[in-house]
Design a protein around this ligand. Structure first.
Ligand code: BG6
Length: 490
């Protein structure tokens, strides 16, 4: 993507510029965009916070954050250019009269303003009010918000409605950073531009699909946030359901945002509801205890610093999901995600149905299902497994699975792989919403997730323990075993 001359200059305002998101993700990504020459030449980055800083102090903090979260690399000439964009405004958002300072700074240049709310949703309302009071929400301006967008359907509606009083849907960019990952985007190309996949991407050919997002990290000091949400709200409600909706969606009329969002929404609305009657059959909750991760001893969830003992919060979830539509009826999607698992890995595995001809049954007791493994991260790429005759004179057709490998690193070695935030910041500056999540999608996801959480509560579900450094509780294996399947070996 090249910054076109047509784009009007914009200013990026970061509310919560001292927080983790801004320091760890936004500022380093913006710095890298600078290096890649992707920032519009007049764009200013305006940090908002309560600190009594002058620009100079803000720049100092920003410099340190970029250095820390950009692999300890900071190039002098890039920093010089980048830092000239940085401005700091001392605004306590709780006093909306303070927003006149922002108005004054922005009025000097007539530009699109993109407001990034890098603050908890409980503050969104008051920020919107302040922006509204000084007409900083006019039609050409945009806002970017990010999860948690609520903790239930009810609370997410409240947030969306509050924002909706000040901004139109076309001005609101809801980030799910997984949608900014190159490999997730490639799913659309893979499915819809290859006829042999497109025609076989349905219940006639697909046996089942597995989505795994495993993490090595534990709670990393985010105790006060994580303990209230657990892995279900932290990962399934957003990232895993977004991945699922992209894999399962039908072709959109075109690649415009509203058409892509509409197709994803149809999938989310077709998810079979999991309720009290089938909760134990379809879901598994786990929590890690102390264990060894890469040969290092790590504490269990309830022993982490800041923890409260006897918590029943899940750090692992596995779910069997059914989609009730003509394309996917009876094709289970198995999702699993957890913290403190053996390695960080996100993959989608599509298992194709066995060939019904029994020609090769003799000498090949195990069902050799064709499978396609889409490595989302790390080692981005695709592996396709097909059956091949083991060479030799005997005519018994002994088969072996052979792997065809496509690796981004090898195939596109001279191309830069944009990181999710770099891409999403660029797309929002271009006003393109296709990689962002609509209000309706968020609400459909919450509706489905709410029913699971409610059922866990009703059933007084207890987490099952798993040792840090393992693939989750035994029931996770059983979830597939009872269907005659097993998790793809990672
Ligand atoms: C975030 C979750 O949304 O995604 C974190 O809040 C999680 O708990 C993270 O660790 C994983 O993202 P990634 O890009 O590292 O896979």
């Amino acid at each position: 993507m090249v910054i076109s001359k047509k784009i009007k200059a914009y200013d990026l305002v970061i509310f919560g510029t001292k927080g983790d998101l801004a320091r760890k993700k936004l500022l380093p990504s913006l710095y890298r965009l600078e290096k890649l020459n992707k920032l519009y030449k007049d764009t200013r980055i305006i940090g908002i916070g309560r600190a009594n800083w002058k620009n100079k102090e803000y720049k100092k903090i920003a410099k340190q954050s970029i250095y820390n979260y950009n692999n300890k690399i900071l190039e002098k000439n890039i920093w010089k250019k980048f830092s000239s964009r940085l401005h700091f405004l001392n605004i306590d958002v709780n006093d909306i009269n303070n927003f006149h300072k922002l108005k004054k700074l922005c009025n000097k240049k007539k530009r699109i303003i993109i407001h990034y709310f890098a603050m908890p949703p409980s503050i969104f309302g008051i920020i919107c009010k302040g922006l509204g009071k000084f007409n900083l929400n006019s039609n050409k301006n945009r806002i970017i918000i990010e999860k948690p967008i609520g903790t239930s359907l009810k609370t997410s509606k409240k947030i969306n409605n509050t924002i909706g009083k000040y901004f139109l849907e076309k001005q609101i960019f809801r980030i799910d950073h997984y949608l900014g990952k190159e490999t997730i985007l490639n799913l659309i190309a893979l499915k819809f531009s290859n006829s042999h996949f497109f025609t076989n991407w349905n219940k006639n050919t697909v046996d089942h699909i597995q989505i795994t997002v495993s993490e090595e990290v534990g709670i990393e000091g985010r105790w006060s946030y994580f303990d209230k949400v657990g892995q279900m709200k932290d990962m399934i409600q957003n990232h895993l359901l977004q991945i699922l909706s992209i894999i399962a969606m039908s072709p959109p009329d075109n690649l415009k945002a509203n058409n892509i969002q509409l197709e994803k929404l149809k999938v989310l609305k077709s998810l079979s509801i999991i309720n009290r009657d089938n909760i134990n059959e379809f879901t598994v909750r786990g929590q890690y205890t102390s264990g060894l991760l890469k040969n290092l001893k790590v504490p269990g969830y309830i022993n982490e610093i800041g923890s409260i003992k006897n918590r029943n919060t899940e750090t692992f979830v596995a779910i069997k999901v059914n989609i009730k539509n003509s394309q996917w009826n009876n094709v289970p999607f198995y999702l699993r995600t957890g913290k403190r698992m053996p390695i960080k890995k996100s993959e989608i595995v599509i298992f194709f149905k066995p060939n019904y001809l029994n020609l090769f049954k003799k000498n090949n007791e195990n069902k050799l299902l064709n499978k396609m493994v889409i490595n989302l991260q790390p080692n981005e790429g695709i592996d396709i497994y097909i059956n091949n005759k083991v060479p030799g004179l005997d005519s018994n057709f002994k088969l072996k699975q052979i792997k065809f490998k496509f690796s981004y690193q090898k195939e596109f070695k001279n191309l830069y792989l944009y990181d999710a935030y770099e891409r999403l910041l660029l797309e929002s500056s271009l006003g393109n919403q296709s990689l962002f999540v609509s209000k309706k999608e968020i609400e459909a996801s919450w509706k489905w997730v709410d029913s699971i959480i409610k059922s866990w509560k009703k059933k007084k579900s207890k987490v099952e323990f798993y040792k840090a450094g393992t693939w989750g509780p035994e029931s996770s294996n059983y979830l597939l075993k009872k269907d005659g399947r097993s998790w793809n070996k990672i």
